[in-house]
Design a protein around this ligand. Structure first.
Ligand code: 5AD
Ligand code: SF4
Length: 442
C-alpha cells in the first residue's frame, strides 16, 4: 500500500505530514511522491490566508481521479479541514475523511475507521498534550543535519486578523522531558542544528505551573553537548523578555538569527490587530538584541492593507523597515478570515491600494537585503554544509549562522560539517565563497 501526502503552509504542517508518513510507514505503507499509484491520498491544508485555502479545493479535485482509479482513500487534514469541517464532504463527497490538526497523529486509526464506518470527521479540539502528542513517534522534522522539534502548538493570542487560534486551538506544550530526550536522540544521530518550533514559542509551559518556562527550556537545550546551532520560531514581540535577549549574549550556539513578526509599525493599527506592543517597544527590543549580539540577523512578517490602514499608517511601516533594516521579511496583503474579528472591521482597503503598498515594501526590502548581503563580502563565515548546490552540481552549499545560503566549490563529503568560508560575492538570495583549507571546525 502506498501513501501520497501533499503539504501546504507552515513548518507545523510539514511536521504533521512527516508525522503521518512515519506513522503509516510503521503500519507497512510506503511513501510515494506521485499521486498516480497511491492507495491513500492526503492533502494537508493551510488556511492562514485565502489563497492557500483555495489551493486546497483544487488539490482535492485534482486527486479525485487517482482515488477513484485506485479504489483508494482521499483525506483532507490540517487547518482548512478544521475550518470547514463536515461541509467539506458535502461539497466534495468523494473525500473520505476531514481531519483537524489535533488528529493527524491518529491517522492510522482514522484509516481503520473509514473501513469500518465510511466517512470520518475529526474536528473537535483535544486539550491534553498527552492526547495531542503521542510519544511513540519522535516528532522531529529532519532536513539533512538540521531538525525541527515541536515544543508547543496552538495560540491564545487572538490577533484580530488571524485564524490560527480557531483552527490549531489553544496553546498546548509538550513536556520538557520529551523535548530534551528527542534532542539528545537527534544529536546522537548526527544532527547539529536544532530549531525549536511552535506558533508562539515564548508561551512554552505557561499553562502548567510545574513546567519550565521558555527561557529555562532554551538555556537547557543550549547546554546539551553537541547542539552546535540552536534557533526558535516563532516569537511574539510582546513576550520577548530581557532574559531571552541575554541568552543571545551568553550562548554562542544560539544562532544570531531571530524572526520577530512586526505586522505593522503604526500603533493605531497594532492596537486594532490586538498585538499588545507599541512600535517603540519593538524598536527597544531590536536595540537590545543588537547590543547583545551585534551580528544578529532579523526577519519579520508584515501585513499591508489591514482594515483602516491609511497612507500615513503605511508610511510608518515603511519608515520602520528602513530604520530596522531587516535581513529579509515576508509581507502579505491582508486577507479576511472566517471567525476573526477583523473580518467585521469597517474601512476595507481597496485591493489595488494593498497591492501597491506590497510592491513598494518589497522593492525597498529587495534593495536592503542585497545591501546586507554585500556587507558580508570579504568576511569569513562558519558554514554548516547541507550538500550539493542546487544551482551548480560542482559546488556545495550550506548556511551561515544567520541562515544565509552560501555556495562554494568543495567536496560533498563535507556534508554535515561546519567549515570556514571566505565570502567573495553577494546576490539577492545567496552568497558565494571559497573554502578555507584545513578549516573544518566541527
Ligand atoms: N491576512 C494576511 N496575512 C496574515 N497572516 C496571518 N493572518 C493573515 C491574514 N488574515 C500573516 C501574518 C503572520 C503570518 C504567518 O501570516 O503576518 O505572521
Ligand atoms: Fe496568529 Fe497572532 Fe497567534 Fe501568531 S500570535 S498565530 S498571528 S493569533
Amino acid at each position: 500500500m502506498r501513501v501520497y501526502i501533499e503539504t501546504y503552509g507552515c513548518q507545523m504542517n510539514e511536521y504533521d505530514s512527516l508525522m503521518m508518513g512515519t506513522i503509516l510507514k510503521a503500519q507497512g505503507y510506503s511513501i510515494t511522491s506521485t499521486p498516480e499509484d497511491a492507495d491513500v491520498l492526503i492533502v494537508n491544508t493551510c488556511s492562514v490566508r485565502e489563497k492557500p485555502e483555495h489551493k486546497v479545493f483544487s488539490a482535492a479535485g485534482r486527486l479525485r481521479k487517482f482515488k477513484e482509479k485506485n479504489h483508494g482513500k482521499l483525506i483532507v487534514t490540517g487547518c482548512t479541514a478544521q475550518q470547514i469541517g463536515e461541509e467539506f464532504i458535502k461539497k466534495m463527497p468523494y473525500v473520505d475523511a476531514v481531519v483537524g490538526p489535533h488528529y493527524t497523529q491518529q491517522i492510522d486509526d482514522i484509516l481503520d475507521e473509514i473501513d469500518r464506518t465510511g466517512k470520518v470527521v475529526k474536528t473537535s479540539f483535544l486539550n491534553s498534550p498527552m492526547e495531542r502528542f503521542r510519544k511513540k513517534f519522535s516528532p522531529s522534522l529532519i532536513r539533512g543535519v538540521s531538525a525541527y522539534v515541536t515544543i508547543m502548538e496552538g495560540c491564545d493570542n487572538f490577533c484580530t486578523y488571524c485564524i490560527v487560534p480557531y483552527v490549531r486551538g489553544r496553546e498546548i506544550s509538550r513536556s520538557h522531558q520529551d523535548i530534551i530526550e528527542d534532542i539528545r536522540h537527534l544529536i546522537s544521530e548526527g544532527i547539529k542544528d536544532i530549531t525549536l518550533l511552535g506558533q508562539n514559542v515564548n508561551s512554552y509551559g505557561r499553562k502548567d505551573p510545574d513546567e519550565w518556562d521558555f527561557t529555562r527550556l532554551l538555556e537547557e537545550v543550549a547546554n546539551i553537548p553537541g547542539v552546535k546551532r540552536l534557533r526558535f520560531i516563532t516569537s511574539h514581540p510582546k513576550d520577548m523578555s530581557d532574559e531571552i535577549i541575554n541568552l543571545f549574549k551568553k550562548y554562542t550556539n544560539i544562532v544570531p538569527y531571530l524572526h520577530l513578526p512586526l505586522q505593522s509599525a503604526s500603533n493605531r493599527i497594532l492596537k486594532l490587530m490586538n498585538r499588545k506592543y507599541t512600535v517603540e517597544r519593538y524598536f527597544n527590543i531590536v536595540e537590545k538584541l543588537r547590543e547583545a549580539r551585534p551580528e544578529i540577523a532579523l526577519t519579520t512578517d508584515l501585513i499591508v492593507g489591514f482594515p483602516g490602514e491609511t497612507d500615513k499608517d503605511f508610511e510608518e511601516t515603511l519608515k520602520a523597515v528602513e530604520k530596522i533594516r531587516y535581513d529579509n521579511f515576508f509581507s502579505f496583503k491582508y486577507s479576511p478570515r472566517p471567525f476573526t474579528k477583523a473580518a467585521q472591521f469597517p474601512d476595507r482597503v481597496p485591493p489595488e491600494t494593498a497591492q501597491k503598498r506590497l510592491e513598494i515594501l518589497q522593492s525597498i526590502q529587495r534593495k536592503i537585503t542585497l545591501e546586507k548581503n554585500r556587507e558580508k563580502t570579504g568576511t569569513i563565515q562558519e558554514v554548516l554544509v547541507e550538500g550539493k548546490s542546487k544551482k551548480n552540481p560542482l559546488e556545495i552549499s550550506g548556511r551561515t549562522p544567520c541562515n544565509r545560503i552560501v555556495n562554494f566549490p568543495g567536496p560533498t563529503e563535507l556534508r554535515g560539517k561546519i567549515v570556514k568560508v571566505r565570502i567573495t560575492e553577494a546576490y539577492q538570495n545567496s552568497l558565494r565563497g571559497e573554502l578555507l583549507k584545513e578549516k573544518v571546525i566541527a
